[in-house]
Ligand binder design. Structure first.
Ligand SMILES: C[S@@+](CC[C@H](N)C(=O)[O-])C[C@H]1O[C@@H](n2cnc3c(N)ncnc32)[C@H](O)[C@@H]1O
Length: 206
């Protein structure tokens, strides 16, 4: 039983196969409160081009689209299963308003200064070499535009970091510092009980 639970929670890091599909379904609903609250801290404009990194089953892409009329949203995830699920969920808008690619935050397959907003929901825990991933995020953002990190595991001793292999919890303060060190400015931290955190940094104009 313990092994099965461990196998299931492993799916958070990189969903695969049957258990991965169940986890993606669960996350699409389970992450709704954090995501809706987190993105409500942002002021959206029409026709934005946005990127959600570690998009999982694609629910955040739908939520972003609703907030910017005429927008385009790009989703990238390291997991083939996540991309397949995100494609099914966004089938009606695929390749017209929703664009999905399997790949890593470590090497984003997008042009410089392409996005008006980049989001990362419950995923930075798994990114390799976070400082270098933040440089990639900064590269693809337009000057003056923002990167929003949404997390709810912020305690290094969290049970989640024990049951999910390869998961690193960062405190909101650590994420703030990492954004500062990566050259983001005007970083803001928003908190909500029980442990929701949204950390938003902006790419400087010059
Ligand atoms: C806990 S899930 C969150 C999924 C989605 N953002 C949500 O809120 O439901 C973490 C996701 O990050 C993806 N991921 C892990 N490492 C990644 C990386 N280096 N680059 C891109 N995606 C990654 C996983 O495959 C998984 O789909």
């Amino acid at each position: 039983m313990a092994n099965l639970m461990k196998e299931f929670f492993k799916q958070c890091a990189r969903p695969e196969g049957f258990l991965g599909r169940i986890m993606l379904q669960f996350m699409n609903f389970g992450h709704a409160p954090l995501t809706n609250w987190g993105i409500s801290q942002l002021t959206f404009q029409e026709k934005w081009t946005m990127l959600d990194i570690g998009c999982g089953g694609g629910a955040t892409l739908k939520r972003l689209l609703k907030r910017s009329k005429g927008a385009k949203v790009y989703g990238i995830d390291i997991s083939e299963e996540s991309i397949a699920k995100a494609k099914r969920l966004n089938a009606g808008k695929l390749d017209t308003q929703v664009f999905l690619t399997q790949g890593s935050a470590a090497k984003l397959p997008y042009d410089d200064q392409m996005f008006d907003l980049v989001t990362a929901v419950e995923t930075v825990y798994f990114w390799p070499d976070l400082p270098s991933c933040l440089q990639e995020v900064k590269r693809v953002l337009k000057p003056g535009c923002s990167f929003a990190i949404l997390v709810e595991v912020i305690d290094k001793d969290s049970v989640w970091t024990k049951v999910v292999d390869g998961m690193t919890a960062y405190t909101p303060e650590e994420l703030h510092t990492l954004l500062d060190e990566a050259g983001f400015i005007e970083t803001k931290v928003y908190r909500k009980k029980p442990s929701y955190a949204t950390i938003i940094g902006t790419k400087p104009l010059a």
